[in-house]
Design a protein around this ligand. Structure first.
Ligand code: GDP
Ligand code: IMO
Ligand code: MG
Length: 427
């Protein structure tokens, strides 16, 4: 198996960082292909916690090459800080390559993200305020600035002055905000370009060469399928394609190169930010799971909304991504709960909806149909094989497989690399 795509199967924060780090032991290359520093991936290695926003989670292994590909939007200041943070902690970052075609998140994107959110009032999306939406808007509008532009002074000045003409008009006239200075931004981003230059290349060539050689390449999704701009709970989504198809465009590989796609799902559900969440809990079980699972955002520190596992969401994810299987994380967080619920369908008045609805407004009136299963008492954090799990935990896993229609190939029972049960080779 050469190319394996790992995606979030829910609303993000499923534990993709942990799963990627675990699988990266066997990988030659790890690629990020969409999103930006709205992502927050946590990896725990021997009691050391690493929080990564742009650099792929494979960076913690000494021989794994890492790529930030064309589909990612890069805030250069954030990336340089992250590289410095890793170097301070003894991580060699010279194995990183950055796409010349990746778009740059500019300070006006970050500012517009905040102004847009403010303007939306109670219809806000709850974005991470990292400028992601406005940066992808400029990419689609063909007025974006790409990493390659930072390396060519005349090109940068030209593109920046055109962009600022429009941005400053919007900032001053629509929002009454201060304009950006061309000279200040030009100097700052030219310096960023020089700092990033040693890492920059046409990464599609590098990734394809690796796959063609038979190297094992992992594609690290950010966000989750339910945040996909087409297939998520629009408009409460991010501005990229976190689903599997995004890996092909975002890395410059043909879909025929992808061998397998795995989805990462928590053993329950969380969501950070606004938008529909049918199985959300508003009671003390939700609070208990949040506290026990430390469910606070890696990027923004916001408390995550918590709910029961939703098989309707997971079936949607299986279809949209063509999932070969699931990695189920955080099963240990459910230790000691007397009973667990799984949503098997939604009900809208008298109608049962077996599939995830295609509009967010339909979701406002649906209620989940639950199946109740008994929980387990014994802590499972030290368990390293499926048959050593309590019988009720094994039943929970089997029932999810039946409801979702794909095998659970990996089970995570703790934050550490070692707290992992592997049922099937993923590569
Ligand atoms: P990502 O965005 O999908 O990479 O996920 P985050 O890193 O934002 O959030 C997942 C959190 O769960 C991190 O703090 C991980 O250390 C933690 N985590 C991952 N797997 C497990 C697990 O099996 N059990 C527990 N208790 N924590 C886990
Ligand atoms: P990882 O990779 C969870 C959410 C935001 C908001 C919506 C749009 O760590 O799983 P954006 O800033 O992207 O325009 O915000 O998407 N969101 C995430 N939620 N995990 C993430 O990344 C997320 N990245 C964005 O909370 O609801
Ligand atoms: Mg996260």
């Amino acid at each position: 198996m050469s190319a394996v795509v790992i995606v979030g199967a829910q609303w993000g924060d499923e534990g993709k960082g942990k799963v990627i780090d675990f699988l990266a032991q066997q990988a030659d290359m790890v690629v990020r292909h969409q999103g930006g520093n709205n992502a927050g991936h946590t990896v725990v290695v021997h009691d050391q916690e690493f929080k990564l926003h742009l650099v792929p989670s494979g960076i913690l292994y000494p021989n794994t090459r890492c790529v930030i590909a064309n589909g990612v939007v890069i805030d250069p200041g954030v990336l340089l800080d992250e590289l410095a943070y890793l170097q301070e902690r003894g991580v060699d970052v010279s194995r990183l390559t950055i796409s010349s075609k990746a778009h740059v998140v500019m300070p006006y994107h970050t500012q517009l993200d905040a102004l847009n959110e403010n303007h939306r009032g109670d219809r806000k999306l709850g974005t991470t305020l990292r400028g992601i939406g406005p940066a992808y808007m400029d990419k689609a509008a063909r007025v974006g600035i790409r990493v390659a532009d930072l390396l060519y002074p005349a090109e940068l000045r030209d593109r920046l002055s055109r962009a600022l003409e429009e941005k400053n008009r919007v900032l001053t006239r629509a929002y009454g905000a201060k304009p950006f200075s061309l000279e200040e931004l030009y100097d700052r981003f030219l310096a960023y370009g020089q700092a990033l230059k040693p890492y920059v290349a046409d990464t599609s060539i590098i990734i394809n060469e690796a796959i063609n050689r038979g190297d094992r390449v992992l594609f690290e999704g950010a966000q989750g399928t339910m945040l996909d701009i087409d297939h998520g709970t629009y408009p409460y989504v991010t501005s990229s394609h976190p689903s599997a198809g995004g890996a092909a465009i975002g890395a410059g590989i043909g879909p025929t190169k992808i061998d397998r796609v795995y989805g990462v799902a928590k053993a329950y559900t969380t969501r950070v930010g606004d938008g529909p969440f049918p199985t959300e809990l508003h009671d003390n079980i939700g609070d208990l799971i949040r506290e026990r699972g430390h469910e606070y955002g890696t990027t923004t520190g916001r408390p995550r909304r918590v709910g029961w596992l939703d098989a309707v969401v997971l079936r949607h994810s299986v279809r949209i991504n063509g999932l070969s299987g699931l990695a189920l994380t955080r099963l240990d967080v459910l230790d000691g709960l007397p009973e667990l619920k799984i949503a098997t369908a939604y009900r809208d008045q008298e109608m049962t909806l077996p599939e995830f609805p295609d509009t967010a407004f339909v979701l406002r009136s649906v209620s989940p149909v639950y199946e109740v299963m008994p929980g387990w008492d014994t802590p499972i954090g030290q368990t390293r094989s499926l048959r050593d799990l309590p019988v009720n935990a094994q039943r929970y896993i089997e029932r999810i497989e039946e409801l979702v229609g794909v095998p659970i190939v990996l089970i995570s029972v703790g934050r550490e690399r070692a707290s992992t049960i592997v049922r099937d080779e993923l590569f």
